[in-house]
Structure formats: C-alpha cells, structure tokens
Unconditional design. Sequence first.
Length: 529
Amino acid sequence: MENILHFFNRLSVYKLLFISLIAGLLSALSFAPIHFIATYFICFPVLLIITMNSKSIKDAFKIGYFFGFGHFYAGLYWIGNSFAVEPSIPDWAGFLMVAALALSLALYSGLVCAIVKYIHKNQSLKTHLLNCVLTFSVTWSIMEWLRGVLFTGFPWNLSGYIWGFSDSLLQSTAIWGIYGLSVITLLLCFVPLFLFDKKSRIIAPVLAVLLLSGLYFYGSNRFPQSVDMVEGINLRVVQANIKQQDKWPYENWGKNLVNFMTMSEDGDNNGHKAVTTHMIWPETAVIYSLSEEPFRRQLISKIIGNGGTVFTGFPRRQRDLDQTRIYNSLIAIGEAGQVKGIYDKSHLVPFGEYIPHFIKDILIPIGFAELFTGGQDYSEGRGSNTLNIAGLPPVGILICYEVIFPGKVADMDNKPQWLLNITNDAWYGQSTGPYQHLLQSKVRAIEEGLPLVRSASTGISAIIDPYGRVLDKIPLNSSGVINSQLPMPIARPTLYSYMKEWIFVCINVILIFVNIVWQINATKKRKIY
C-alpha cells in the first residue's frame, strides 16, 4: 500500500488529472455490451487513491470531475449518432453535445471526490482504508440516485448494470432495485485495494466471494422451471428496420406503413403463419396522426382478427383554438378501426423532445431550436400509463426513454400485469446505446416482477419474462417479427415493487452507521496505544 501511495504522491496535479480522465474512459468498458468489468475493479480504486492523495478539496473535485467526464463521455458517446442523421447538422455537433452532457454529469462525480476528501482530509488510505471506501461507496451511490431524479433525471449506466451479462446476478434487484445493487457493486470494486492492506488482504476477498456467491445462488434458484403464459394471447412484434433518415420524409410515410402491414401479415422468419391476436409496432411506426384519421385506422385494423388489437406509436396532433400540440403517443386500434386506448408519453427527453423552459428564450432567438427538436416541442402527457383493454391483461405503456427510470414504470394506483416498451433506437446506429437500453428494460421487468414486451424500430425488439430473461429477440439493424405468447407476471409482487428505494436508503444508513462506529473504535485504539 505504501509503495502505491508513494507513487501517486510523486505525480503532479496535471498528471493525476490525466490519469483520472483515462480511468474514467476505461471504466465505461464495464457496461453493456462489452461488460469488461475488470475496468470497474481497477479504475475506481485508482480514483479513490488519487482523491485521497490530492492536496486539497478543490483538487479532489477536479480529479472527480475529470474522471466523470471520461466516464460519461465514453458511456454516452452513442447519443452523438442521433445528430448525424440530420443532413443539415454537421456530425461533430452531436459529439459536442455529448461533451456538454458529460461536462454537466461530471459535477456529480466531482462532488463525490470533494466530499470524500472533506470528510477524510486529515486521514490516509493506509490508516483509514475501510472508512474511505465506505464513504466513497455511499456518496457515489447517493449521487447516482440524485442523477436519476434531479432535472427530470438521467439514470443511465448505474453501477449495478455492470452485472448485465448474468441474469442470475441481476435477480437481487427484485429486492432492493438497481440502486441497491449499485451500492453492493461499489463496495465489491474496492476489493483489489484491500489486497494491499495487511489486515484485510484475506478477509476482504473471502467476504467478496461469499457475497457474490450469495447473489448468484439467490438468483439462480429464483428461476422457475418454466414460464407460464396467458392463454389466448398471441403477440406479434414487428421490427421493420427502417433507417431514421427514411422515416420522416413525407414521401415515405405510405411506403413505410405498407411495409409494417406486409410484415404483420406474412409468416414469421421461419415461414410459419401464426394466429395473431395482438400486433405491436414500435415508437412512431406510423407518422400519420391516427387519432384524427379513421380511414387509416380501418386500413390498419385489417391485419388483425376479431377481438384483436394493433398497438403502434404515432405523433398525436391535438388542435386547440390558439395552438396545435404534438404528443409522442401510442394508440390501440381495434378490429373495426376503433380507438381502444391512447397513451401520451409523459417523461420527455430534454433537448431531444423539448427544450427546457429556462433556456428556451436563449436558444430559439439564435437559431438552435431546429438543432434539438426540429422546430416544435412535444407536449407532456399527464394520464396513467396503464391501458385497460377488453380481452387483454392491463398493460403499462413505456415509450422509449421512460423505461430507464427505476420505480416509475408501473402505475401503483392502476397496476398493470405486463409492460410494453415501444422505442426508436434507429437514432443511435450501430453503437452501445441500444444494448444498454435493452438491459435497463430487463432490469425493470425483474424489479417489478412483470413481463416486458419490447418493440424497437431497428433493434433490439424482445420478449422478456418477469425474471428479466430474453425469451426471443430481433437483433440490432435487422428486420423481422417475433411471434410469442404473453408471459404471466410472478405470483407474488416483488419486495421492490412495494418498497421502491426505501431498502436502498436502509442499506446506506447501515453503511453510514458502520462507518461511524468503525471510525470511533479506530480513534479509541490510537489513543490507547
């Protein structure tokens, strides 16, 4: 431990900032689809060492900020691809916006390191290793939670998601959610640091192995032998693989609609013809405002039998006396073209679907409105996201971005029995973004104990059981259909579905209490000796 601390202590603040930036960039390799989790177990110990070796709280903040910039830029680079689909916008503009986003999110990691340095400013890792690790883990996890709720929230790539390669290791989110798993992940990632401490080099890895084994054993034994299906419900999920550039030009609207209808009526990828009761198309699959166009609804309804339903995303237009509002919506169309239900997306993407009011007055006059929303904001829906449709279990609708928010995907006053996530990941091309989006959908299914059906414009569409297992899927940048029955929810609601983040709060309170007690005992021992 002394040699490691001495090495970093000899470096200038500029070298430490550079190392911090590189560590942040590498740490993003732990997330989907790469899941090279070794980087988390290396980069975070390095960050803590550099933070504790910094000369001041201000330097500690800079170190955390540089780490955060690299961490978020590498993890979110795919957002820049969404700007490349607009021919009037230079490609570099998108990655400039990613840099701006990373600079904003890096404030959270900067604050973590500043807080850790402030609390342990007169201590060192050599004498207070456990205290520093506990403080860092609790503070980072709280900042992740704040990142998920402040300023509309953006809980992307939380620490717990690094275990996404294993369905078994994700199962504990049914108890304490992804935030709870993130705390445990952060504690585990500091085990390599304890290997250099004489007092804990044996007990720390033993405890880590026991903890991971417990998580894996619990998860593996949670899976049933088979998944029960809802009788009489046969779903067809359609993924047409339409490029974003080919979606919005007016001359393609009719052609794309015919494409979806043809794929809905054809056999599956193996040539089998299935009796479909419910058809599912992705976000904005149809560009026409179907709520105003009964003729096109009747046309679409011809692909479904009696008692069936077609779910599709579309931009809903609502004309008022003084203005026209646009909603990112889902419509359920019956066998006669009737409207069975409509859901308007309520959690919109800042800068993607609307410009926040506090900066709109600045951006629009200088010509930036087109850059973010194509000139018009979407309006925010305010109704329940649960649709109750005859002949179908109540369904919770999640449009794109809405599925990433833990604890907010199911209406507890009108609880669904399954979740439907329609999305358009065509914006992001061949990148890590769609894989990370799918993983978060899987975790929402585990947390709530509800099956989740996912329909994406160009990947990754999937049928996910209430244990987060993908039963069937269509790969990214592929066209195809999934014919499947609807999985049933688990028999008993998960603990997380009732408790939400309270267990996460309890875990952090316990860790804070242990940290304080350990600190007091350590202080007493030093006074005695």
